[in-house]
Design a protein around this ligand. Structure first.
Ligand code: SF4
Length: 300
């Protein structure tokens, strides 16, 4: 699947500029993955992000920003996803729907995504943790593979390739590799500690995550760390961005290599990840870490 220039711009804004707001619209999920760092499950409360919060955020952001619609599983609450999508379309903001893909053979939900949500990107999970029948995911890919306006990508947890991942190769889908974040149910699977502290040199998933209770985190954090605000309704998003995200990593990026060139460093754990290699996690020596630190200016 070839990305259009507009879709490339989405990734540049999101990953390089890091002007990204992830809206965790629910912590409920239809499944209960063993590694879920938000401990989402069918038993979780069905509380959904309020329109007041959504309106507050959209009053402050413009199309320099990108938005993620996330959960839990956001497609359990398509009305909220549609509400956010409408806001994005009104302001010409590109956005991503992050999902486990359970709706890949549900005609009604597919129609809603194609005709009402119309995200710039659909990213679905594809790894050994996610218990969604891969045939449903193949169906989802088939539904969108010729849709020029919506690009499909998938995310795999580093080191946990889906047993049927070969079946997806022919679609030439960009695969994003994410490390585990050791909060929630994920803790016991973390081979390395990857606690993300408030001082981040650069993190591939850095942006902001607004939760259902209006609290604000760095995207790479979770309930155990990097909480920025207790109540997003009292914060100015652009001020937060200027305070925390003012340094762009100095790596060269070409349009057709946007994902393969991405890597992350976590200051707290001194771990180095490559997004294009599912098995690569390097524990940096102090010397190498200090060398990298010199080139990449820190925020604090
Ligand atoms: S990892 Fe994703 S799909 Fe799995 S339980 Fe958590 S929110 Fe649901």
């Amino acid at each position: 699947m070839l990305m259009t220039n507009q879709q490339m711009d989405f990734f540049l804004k999101k990953i390089v500029d890091k002007k990204n707001i992830m809206l965790t619209i629910t912590e409920k999920c239809n499944i209960k993955c063993a590694h879920c760092n938000k401990s989402s499950s069918p038993e979780n409360s069905g509380e959904v992000m309020s329109k007041k919060t959504i309106n507050y955020i959209f009053n402050q952001i413009n199309n320099e920003w990108t938005v993620d619609i996330f959960g839990g599983e956001p497609m359990l609450y398509p009305d909220t996803a549609i509400y956010i999508a409408k806001k994005c379309h009104e302001k010409n903001i590109m956005f991503e729907l992050l999902t486990n893909g359970f709706w890949g053979s549900d005609r009604k939900l597919i129609k809603l995504v194609k005709e009402k949500i119309k995200p710039t990107v659909i990213n679905f999970s594809l790894d050994s943790f996610h218990n969604i029948d891969y045939k449903i995911l193949i169906n989802l890919v088939e539904e969108f593979k010729d849709n020029k306006d919506i690009i499909i990508t998938f995310t795999t947890v580093i080191g946990h390739l889906h047993p049927k991942s070969d079946e997806f190769k022919k679609y030439n889908i960009t695969n994003i590799y994410d490390p585990l974040i050791n909060t929630g149910r994920s803790e016991k699977y973390c081979k390395y500690s990857i606690i993300r502290g408030p001082k981040i040199i650069w993190c591939g998933v850095l942006g902001f995550d607004v939760r259902v209770d209006n609290s604000l985190y760095f995207q790479c954090a979770n309930k155990n760390g990097c909480k920025i605000s207790n109540n997003i309704l009292k914060e100015n998003i652009n001020k937060i961005y200027n305070k925390y995200v003012f340094n762009i990593p100095k790596f060269k990026i070409s349009r057709n290599q946007i994902i393969p060139n991405i890597y992350s460093i976590c200051e707290q754990s001194k771990l180095y990840y490559k997004w294009n290699d599912p098995t690569y996690v390097e524990k940096l020596s102090d010397e190498k870490y200090e060398k990298l630190k010199k080139n990449w200016i820190m925020d604090s």
